[in-house]
Design a protein around this ligand. Sequence first.
Ligand code: BTN
Length: 252
Amino acid sequence: MLDEKRLRAVLGERPFRWYRETGSTNAEALDWLRQGAATGSLVLADEQSQGRGRLGRGWQTPAGAALALSMVLRPLPQDLPRLTMAGALAIAAMAEDAGATEVSLKWPNDVQVGERKLAGVLSEALWRGDRLVGAVLGMGVNVRVDFRGSALEGRAISLETACGHRLDRSRLLSLVVKHADFWLEQLDGDRLHCAWRQRVKLPARPVEVNGLRGMAEALGRDGALLLRADSGQLHRIYSGEMLPRPQVSDGH
Ligand code: BTN
């Protein structure tokens, strides 16, 4: 059970705001950033009623079943695209520390176990005119979400299922924050990018990304997906969702 006292013990001096229930920790963190929150400040919630996902989607955080946290950051504008890489690497390392195997990243930054999604990362930036005020790095991890009978059954997984035993969410929180602090210190070097490339698993079968069909050929140094379209043309894609495409059978 997470509560204020437990969180203070885990987070030490770090400023944090804890909600039993809120709309979105990213929205709360952006408000706090606007009010001047220090870098590293954390917003956490036990339950989100309007959790935000990538590509304008929602994100479910049922009470007591997940980790939902958003970290306030003040990065340089050129480092913005790397925040989600750092978040995904932190969650992947935390999942392995907890005992999960077959942890990988699905381009761009979904954390998966086998082929199922374990966690998602969403960073949002706050600008005043052309000045970057800061950003929030939101991380959502399924710890004991029950997907049976839901639309996500078979596509999403909880960490407890992956590990096969009960987990302590405050311990997971302390791990993910420790790993996030580490990777966020590496935003401007090669190390983060190399680790991310090593973790991203490119499917060996045809895919569809943003309506383009082809093979995921490689990853660019800037995080782009290099997609060899069926036409033979190579496309650099910076954002989107990679969907599997059924192999065309030759009928034999
Ligand atoms: C995705 O679609 O994969 C990204 C999901 C990110 C969800 C997290 S949960 C904590 C933070 N608050 C939000 O509203 N979203 C992020």
